[in-house]
Ligand binder design. Structure first.
Ligand code: ZN
Length: 363
């Protein structure tokens, strides 16, 4: 394996996870219809920032020190993001994933209204102003009907390249009530992006609510494991053979061990899931992708090579910076120890194979 120094992605790279932040809820008012604008103003919701993250606002991981803004949350300025990221690392495209309380709301109607506003906002204020940008469609995750409506509304705009969900919702993501979302996404060639996060219907740990942010952050991988187990076991990939799922900001090292357990147990109890006709690992290698940052790489290069061998596929990892979150310094967006060939796969070929719309030039 030829080693490449840590550093910049190669030409043509696709950054598969950046986070434009809604600066404040008032910024969404022009993008709401009259009813929902009045609704939000009467309830005073515009005074809240509707930030769903369990990150404390000033946690170091929330924004790199040199990417902080004079005002507003990290990631809320297009001009700053262009300077910090697009003009420096020069990716061909970057995919905007807006993480917002819209996906947490208990009211499905309010959730749908805010998701529509966010999608209209990102289209007008980011996509229309920089042709390098693409975006995920933010949908109300607890109403498949309303989520499908939003997918259908935006699918004709091919700058939207993915449907965005959070890893922990009311029910495991593979459950049949979510299948209309997967059906619509697959019909339009849109992968399902599952970002770290929760709608806070359940604790992030199966053992109950943790006391500390430290526990919450580390427990996120449990949510991803549950999502993969559910999607595979319920037969989502059997029903929708063209569907791709991208685990975003999930880390990577937990996956081989989790799949080993899934394969082993499947062999013993496969009679209860007769639609699974191959080892779950094979299904996951075909359908599931993972973004790179934060890359929980083991400390030595031989250990990293072992991890990559355990993944068993060079097609699963996708380059991401996770801008503006703080996972690396300077321009070292790629971890060391990856071969030149693998870097090319991770940065260019794998994203293009995953997001077929990136091969097009939208009109
Ligand atoms: Zn992210």
């Amino acid at each position: 394996m030829a080693n490449s120094p840590a550093g910049r992605p190669p030409p043509g790279a696709i950054d598969c996870d950046i986070h434009p932040a809604v600066p404040y809820t008032r910024a969404l008012l022009p993008y709401l219809d009259d009813y929902w604008r009045e609704h939000i103003l009467r309830r005073g919701l515009e005074r809240e920032n509707l930030e769903p993250s369990s990150y404390p606002a000033n946690a170091a991981i929330n924004g790199r020190p040199d990417w902080h803004l004079p005002s507003g949350p990290p990631g809320s300025s297009l001009a700053a993001m262009q300077t910090h990221l697009l003009d420096r690392l020069q990716p061909k495209h970057a995919i905007c994933n807006v993480i917002h309380g819209a996906q947490v709301m208990l009211s499905e109607d309010l959730s749908a209204a805010l998701c529509r506003a966010i999608n209209n906002w990102i289209r007008a204020e980011w996509l229309d102003r920089d042709p390098r940008l693409r975006a995920s469609i933010v949908v109300p995750p607890h109403s498949a009907d309303l989520a499908v409506e939003e997918i259908e509304r935006l699918a004709p705009d091919h700058r939207f390249v993915q449907v965005l969900l959070l890893s922990m919702a009311e029910l495991p993501l593979g459950r049949r009530q979510n299948w209309p979302i997967y059906k619509a996404a697959a019909a339009h060639g849109l992968p399902i992006g599952i970002h770290a996060g929760s709608s806070f219907r359940h604790p992030p740990s199966a053992g109950g609510w943790p006391s500390y942010y430290l526990e919450d952050y580390v427990s996120q991988s449990q949510g991803f494991q549950a999502s993969v187990n559910s999607l595979v076991s319920e037969g989502v990939f059997v029903k929708f053979p063209d569907l791709k799922v991208v685990l975003i900001e999930s880390g990577v090292t937990w996956l081989p061990a989790s799949l080993w357990r899934l394969d082993k147990t499947w062999r013993g109890v496969r009679a209860e899931v007769p639609w699974l006709e191959e080892q779950p690992t094979e299904t996951v290698r075909r359908h599931v992708r993972l973004t790179l940052q934060p890359f929980d790489a083991p400390p030595s290069e031989p250990q990293l090579r072992t991890l990559l061998e355990q993944l068993g596929s060079d097609r699963m990892l996708l380059f991401s910076s996770d801008y503006p979150h703080w996972h690396y310094d300077g321009d070292d967006a790629l971890p060391s120890g990856l071969s030149t060939e693998l870097i090319q796969r991770i940065c260019v070929e794998n994203p293009l194979e995953t997001y077929s719309r990136l091969k097009e030039t939208p009109q």
